[in-house]
Design a protein around this ligand. Structure first.
Ligand code: BTN
Length: 243
């Protein structure tokens, strides 16, 4: 249940992303709220979520101290998840951390998840939800995530200004989104590859009903993962989870 449904405007001044910014003390899920607004360019921010959603029907633990943002865009292809993930990765790297992208939607620091992206498609819009473990103690995370997750507080041994991070992040997303719209998405995918935690590694990818093991050789322009499997063939994986 929302405790404060009155949006407060924030002083962001971007042309595409954040034309309107609604900031709540608490929401069930910023993605769910964004679906009701469905107005491209609008950004929804919550200080905490009571029903944060992760990929694959999972919950996204969303206590105070984390960063929870949804951006409403006009309809985009799935590559938008990688592009926004890249913007998140570059923002976290500004804090001196060796953040890496992990296909399709994770951002890692020292191999542990620090942020995740949940992209949902509507009739005429796309919602990109971003969750960042910011000023949170790892010990507060649900037990099953403690070993494979980290937080900015844990890595930096201090708290960051969430407002500053969000401002930098929205600026990067706006800049990267513009590059994509100008037809220069390949430049962004090149950056994504150079920051990838999985490129060249042998991994296993779980897709519905199947699991595929192989060496990551590339990502293509649609954001699909290209895996060299045992018989030497290249398999294109459109959706799945690296395990
Ligand atoms: C994942 O890694 O599984 C994706 C996590 C995405 C979480 C964010 S938090 C803001 C937005 N609102 C949600 O309910 N989920 C996304």
């Amino acid at each position: 249940m929302r405790t404060n449904s009155k949006p407060k405007g924030l002083p962001y001044n971007f042309k595409l992303i954040g034309k309107k910014v609604y900031h709540f003390n608490e929401l069930d899920s910023t993605n769910e709220y964004a679906k009701k607004i469905a107005e491209p360019g609008t950004v929804i921010i919550a200080d905490k979520q009571t029903k944060g959603k992760g990929r694959l029907e999972r919950n996204w633990f969303s206590p105070l101290g984390g960063i929870y943002i949804s951006i409403i865009l006009k309809q985009e292809t799935p590559v938008i998840t990688l592009i926004v993930g890249l913007s998140v990765c570059k923002t976290i790297r500004r804090y001196g951390l060796d953040a890496r992208t992990k296909w399709p939607n994770d951002i890692l620091v020292k191999g542990k998840k620090i942020a995740g992206i949940l992209t949902e498609q509507g009739q005429a819009y796309t919602i990109v939800g971003i969750g960042i473990n910011a000023n949170i103690d790892v010990d507060c995370l649900p037990e099953e995530f403690r070993d494979c997750s980290t937080t900015l507080r844990q890595e930096l041994k201090r708290d960051i200004s969430k407002g500053e991070l969000i401002e930098v992040l929205l600026g990067k997303i706006e800049a990267d989104y513009n590059v994509m719209r100008e037809g220069r998405g390949s430049e962004l995918l090149e950056q994504w590859r150079s920051l990838s935690a999985v490129m060249g590694k042998t991994i296993e990818v779980k897709t519905p009903g199947k699991s595929t093991k192989g060496e990551v050789v590339d990502i293509d322009e649609d954001g699909a993962l290209l895996l060299r499997v045992k018989n030497g063939n290249i398999e294109k994986i459109i959706a799945g989870e690296c395990i």
